[in-house]
Design a binder for this molecule. Structure first.
Ligand SMILES: Nc1ncnc2c1ncn2[C@@H]1O[C@H](COP(=O)(O)OP(=O)(O)OP(=O)(O)O)[C@@H](O)[C@H]1O
Ligand SMILES: N[C@@H](CCO)C(=O)O
Length: 317
């Protein structure tokens, strides 16, 4: 399980006292999740999740706190940093940045249908609309195009004869994007809107969590990340009814530009490379440890399937 930092009751009680939320009733480490340490915390004053941020620079934490406040104010179902009685949102526990957030209702949907995908598309459109243009809070992704190129070039020689040319083809596309810097519309991006970061309460989307990959950037890239997870078959191909439902719901909030339509197939591939690489790196770093490791091959398979994309952006919706 992925509890990188074990915590005992006295440590938690001392940490939680300044929130003034009553006695600690119960707590339990959360096995799901692969990057941060999370605990469900039951206090007399309500149900919460405590997150210890295990990766990424501490200096970035005010960005996440501000972004979640903006999204919460825009009525998106997101967690936000609960303040202590003297107004502190970001604190330290066991030497790590630590946040207490409300626990959102619902459960993850592992087998989404077009209705679930429509809910997700609508949510993503809302998130982008709330942060587009001047409202966008600047933050470069720490796993953006430059990172992909550097890590891809480093890892390519260790791949087999099928995987290596597949990766190198998309690295070439990434080089072209870096050289061109196409002016695609920007907003704040979730950056990791996978099934395990969305909660459903019955058929209704009830929460979006895990903003630790959020950044500013191309909205289309966030859409590609989302479609690749929510609308892929077991074999890695796009499931068109699910993808159409997601894109149609998203497009109700925003019209795509012609340049976005051209670059859509490329960004679907780039979004595969982003997670293929981060999974390869995590698999090496945590090999043999009791940590949740997502299968890198899943994104190799999806990237192979995205060499032809039978899915166009709905330009006229
Ligand atoms: N605010 C919340 N409300 C309810 N459940 C939550 C909340 N935050 C986290 N969880 C639960 O904890 C699990 C792990 O959280 P999270 O996805 O943030 O961890 P992570 O290590 O960053 O994961 P990932 O592998 O997606 O990067 C989630 O799948 C969810 O079940
Ligand atoms: N959602 C990511 C893990 C967290 O970034 C993956 O499935 O690889």
């Amino acid at each position: 399980m992925s509890v990188f930092t074990p915590l005992d009751r006295p440590t938690l009680e001392a940490f939680l006292a300044p929130y003034g939320l009553g006695r600690l009733r119960d707590f339990r480490g959360i096995a799901e999740g692969s990057e941060n340490t999370n605990y469900f915390i039951s206090l007399e004053g309500g149900e919460f999740v405590l997150t210890l941020v295990e990766r990424g620079p501490v200096a970035e934490m005010p960005f996440f706190i501000e972004l979640l406040d903006v999204l919460h104010d825009a009525d998106l179902p997101v967690p936000y940093a609960v303040r202590t009685q003297d107004g502190q949102a970001l604190r330290q526990l066991a030497g790590k940045p630590a946040l207490l957030q409300p626990r959102l209702a619902g459960r993850h949907e592992r087998a989404p249908n077009p209705h679930h995908c429509s809910e997700v598309g609508h949510l993503l459109g809302h998130l982008h609309r709330a942060t587009a243009g001047e409202r966008c809070i600047e933050r470069a992704s720490d796993r953006g195009l430059t990172w992909m190129l550097a890590e891809g070039e480093r890892l390519a020689p260790s791949l087999d004869a099928t995987a290596r040319p597949l990766l190198e083809r998309t690295l070439a596309e990434i080089r072209e994007l870096l050289a061109e810097q196409p002016p695609l519309p920007e907003a704040n991006l979730h950056g990791d809107l996978f099934r395990d970061n969305v909660m459903f309460d019955g058929p209704q989307l009830s929460g979006v969590i895990d903003f630790y990959n959020a950044s500013s950037g191309w909205m289309l890239y966030d859409l590609a990340i989302t479609v690749n997870d929510w609308c892929s078959t077991e074999e890695g191909a796009l499931d068109l009814p699910r993808a159409w439902a997601l894109l149609a719901a998203y497009a109700a909030d925003r019209h795509f530009t012609p340049r976005e339509a051209e670059l859509w197939p490329v960004l679907l591939r780039v979004a595969c490379v982003r997670f293929w690489l981060s999974r390869l790196i995590a698999a090496q770093a945590f090999a043999g440890q009791d940590v949740l490791i997502h299968d890198p091959a899943e994104f190799q398979q999806r990237l192979a399937a995205r060499q032809q994309t039978p899915l166009e952006l709905p330009l006229t919706l």
